[in-house]
Design a protein around this ligand. Sequence first.
Ligand code: ATP
Ligand code: BTN
Length: 325
Amino acid sequence: MSELTFPILHQLADGRFHSGEALATQFGVTRATIWNAVQYAQDLGVEIFSVRGRGYKLPRPVNWLDKAAVLQAIGTEREWFHLDVLDEVKSTNTHLMQAAANGAPHVSCVAAHIQTGGRGRRGRTWVSQLGASLTFSLLWRFDCGAAALSGLSLAVGVGLMRALQTVGVHDAQLKWPNDVLVADKKLAGILIDLQGDLDGPSAAIIGIGINVDLPKPTLASIDQPAIDLKSISDGVIDQNHLLAQVLKQLADVLRDFEQYGFMGVRDEWAQYHAYQQKPVRMLMPDGREIEGVVTGVADDGILLVETALGVQRFSAGEISLRGAH
Ligand code: ATP
Ligand code: BTN
């Protein structure tokens, strides 16, 4: 990694061209060093306009995350959160898992401008881009064991829905176990990694990715229908404000979850349920597909599906739900 890459990107984000020579003078390095740093940013997937004789610039402004701005937007509850904003990380979940194993405190949060190895619930790639996506993870420590955390990922979905409502998104739905959809397209995803013993104490690393303003070709490159906030909201959504809202709502939901489990938000979850009474296919880890009609979710977050064999119960794990053909 080039230490200069992000300072240079901040400079290039002002919308004006900066010549290699001017940047070299500004940072007190050679033009070759600047070129290497720019090259490194491009390797990270950052799109940089480079015009001979004029220099470099970013094609559009970047909504940088700023720790102070997020904490200010959180308001009076800000001292609860131990927030870190990283420029580049493989995956905020992987990073926070490591930190949790080394004793990171309850309610630690890591957000990143770029993830080089962001992943989804079933280990596939989570696509994100500098300034265009919000990617972060939150560490929540529980006194109880991991066995008592069934339904946690669904409860997190409720927190995310509440936060989206505060920024004006009212037509989102939840796809079991916890994707956020708008118009049947994926807007956000949740990945939860658990640590600790089955009978406690335990820790959950709650990772969330939200598409904020992804370039059209990037959205189109995702292998299932995807959508971003920009295309569904009227105003511009500031990522610092959005992160603050999500953290506040998550903390609320998680405090309730500690007391009442998923049952406490089950009815609210059901209101957001995208596939209630709809025909679906359940994609099983062994490649089988089971068809049926969704009848609801149980108090522990298990999905109930009426199939040819009667009502079957599905727990999240490696299962994917898809609409029927
Ligand atoms: P699902 O949770 O929808 O069943 P999945 O089974 O396809 O997802 P996961 O590993 O759980 O696999 O999630 C990653 C998937 O999410 C990718 O395979 C891709 O289809 C989709 N995806 C990746 N990046 C984005 C994004 N930025 N926005 C929307 N969807 C995305
Ligand atoms: C899914 O749809 O299956 C879950 C996607 C979760 C993506 C987020 S982005 C921040 C955090 N870090 C990761 O590597 N994944 C989650």
